[in-house]
Design a protein around this ligand. Structure first.
Ligand SMILES: [Zn+2]
Length: 77
């Protein structure tokens, strides 16, 4: 029986096997969603600079996909 992990994005059960290409995510979509959240946090302005609370750094899924296809190996090290 394979180890089952929970998808960090949607909490779905994902078997930890080679066939689960995006583990621990259930799908590429969830992987990108999680990556997008991480990127948004990284880009959040430091505390003390409140004048543009409306973030202008919305990361687009398409951009992330482009990034991933540019550097797939670097990214998953
Ligand atoms: Zn998921």
């Amino acid at each position: 029986m394979p180890t089952i992990v929970k998808c960090p994005s949607c909490q779905a059960s994902v078997p930890w096997v080679a066939a689960s290409e995006f583990r621990p995510f259930c799908s590429k979509r969830c992987q990108l969603i999680d990556l997008g959240q991480w990127a948004n946090e990284e880009n959040r302005v430091p505390a003390g600079k409140n004048n543009d609370a409306e973030t202008s750094m919305q990361i687009d899924i398409e951009d992330i996909e482009a990034l991933l296809s540019d550097h797939p190996d670097e990214f998953f090290k």
